[in-house]
Ligand binder design. Structure first.
Ligand code: SF4
Length: 240
């Protein structure tokens, strides 16, 4: 942490934070990328330029849209990169579906949170065991609960490893500018009105001017729309 301590992390650029992190933590450092938000792809591109062997993972919940699987394969081809695909525990999902059905998430908040926990949170927790640090695409202006997101923090939820949010101070325009300048591959559903793309049954397109979060778990009230990965935060754009 010496480099980070010598200059305040907030003063560092995304490239500087990632360079420091790769130098200190690789290969026990990985990017969490949902392949459903531009932020994760920007970080993938940035990390790949610094270290082509930098690691990236995606959680395949089993309910992702075809466009997301297509993008994962495009990224593998474009960067000649292994994408580490993490799956939920089959026995847990089998038991949940057997008892509650495939579309349990529409029936209650508790069911939706159970599905997110088994399909997303548990696989993430399991993957991060043994890692020293992980990278997310959180940005402060995604919603009020993210307004204080630091660029570097200790992740108490995952055993005190380092959590890096290198583009916390970027705006949506910064993200789009980087995508265009570097021809970063992104999810084709953005062009169909999806600001972020999660699981197929729980994401939908929004109308121009709608809150960008309106397409995620739209049947719930806004204060329950989080998956548990970033405590107290909604997941759009987080990389999960
Ligand atoms: S987003 Fe929907 S389908 Fe995906 S894990 Fe959560 S409840 Fe299940």
């Amino acid at each position: 942490m010496r480099f980070i301590r010598s200059r305040k992390p907030e003063a560092l650029t995304a490239e500087e934070i990632l360079t420091w992190a790769i130098k200190n933590f690789h290969p026990h450092l990985a990017l969490s990328c949902s392949f459903g938000a531009r932020e994760g792809l920007v970080l993938l591109d940035l990390m790949h330029r610094i270290e082509p062997r930098s690691r990236v993972f995606v959680i395949d919940t089993g309910r992702l849209p075809q466009a997301t699987y297509d993008l994962i394969d495009r990224v593998r081809d474009r960067y000649r990169k292994t994408v580490e695909v993490i799956f939920p525990r089959a026995a847990d999902v089998e038991a949940m579906v057997r008892e509650k059905g495939f579309n349990l998430f529409f029936e209650s908040i508790a069911n939706r949170q159970l599905c997110c926990r088994l399909r997303k949170v548990e696989p993430l927790d399991r993957y991060l065991v043994g890692m020293d640090a992980w990278v997310t695409g959180l940005r402060r202006d995604q919603n009020p609960t993210r307004a204080d997101t630091p660029k570097v923090e200790i992740d108490a939820q995952h055993g005190g490893i380092v959590k890096l949010n290198p583009i916390a101070d970027w705006t949506p325009e910064d993200v789009l500018k980087y995508v265009r300048e570097h021809d970063v591959p992104t999810n084709r559903l953005h062009a169909e009105g999806y600001p972020s793309v999660g699981c197929a049954p729980c994401s939908r397109a929004i109308a121009p001017g709608d809150d960008p979060r309106a397409g995620r778990w739209w049947w719930e009230s806004p204060d329950t729309r989080e998956c548990g990965i970033h405590v107290g935060e909604e997941e759009a754009g987080s990389g999960i």
